[in-house]
Design a protein around this ligand. Sequence first.
Ligand code: CA
Length: 336
Amino acid sequence: MKKILVGLVLVAASAWAQGSRPLVIAHRGASGYLPEHTLPAKALAYGLGADFLEQDLVLTKDDVPVVLHDIYLDTVTDVAKRFPAKKRADGRFYALDLTLAELKQLRVTERFNAKTGKAVFAKRFPADKSEFHISTLEEELQLIQGLNQSMGRNVGIYPEIKQPKWHREQGHDISKIVLPILARYGYATKKDACFLQCFELGEVKRIRTELGWQGRIVMLIEAKAKGEDGTDHNAICTEAGLKELAKVADGIGPNLARIVTWTATGESKVSDLVKQAHAAGLVAHPYTIRIDELPKNCPSVEALHAALFRDAKIDGVFTDFTDVTLAWLKQQPVAR
Ligand code: CA
């Protein structure tokens, strides 16, 4: 048994370094099994063999980057009970309105609908069980680098700058705060196991030019045409748009629907986006594989993996289920 485990770990460790197979990126950690973005969810994803672990980043009131999917706190924590006075006029609770010391008092739970209180994914980790907390970017980097030392691997990081335009409108420059922390932890060049990611084209350009980031950066692409910041996602997905993007970015992170859609009878239809991205010199890491939320009319998670890896030839994927995606790749070897 031990030998088999060691073998699996070696396969996972070599994918990034050797480019031997597409990358498995643990979306918010092992979020299919534990509350997203908690350190236990990251440790589990690490143990399941992910190549990269994702960090979504937002700022606290005192400018500390913390690992959270949203600028809001009310869909994954008990903030409404603990700090009712922090509610804004729009009815939401923002990480940016709490200091780190206040955020640390919150209990994190499985994602729920703030209005109904119902779990978003019914079969995932039960709500309000055990004890989970929000962690800072640095705490998470220390966990990953600590595991890299104790397990002899080089699992990478995949930090996302969340809503930089909104942060700046609120008087906080998130990219300017995050980049020096990454550099301090050894993530600064394209040799380092790090992909920075962002949904805002203006910020991707700014990170590369004005802020001088020399590491890898991936432009995230929404399924819908326009982002809230004004980014024209359809324009990026043209030959000219990808060519232009390649001047500042290393890859694209598109919504799955931009790569594969399914007919009513369950046949896959693969777009040319990955082919065009490759022609422009960009890698493609789409999001997100979920066994409990397949794309419309997609017959199975196996069919989804096959369409993405074998037909579309993606270079990596964000998955809530690291083990499921790795198992598919092990059974159906695909070169990168
Ligand atoms: Ca993300």
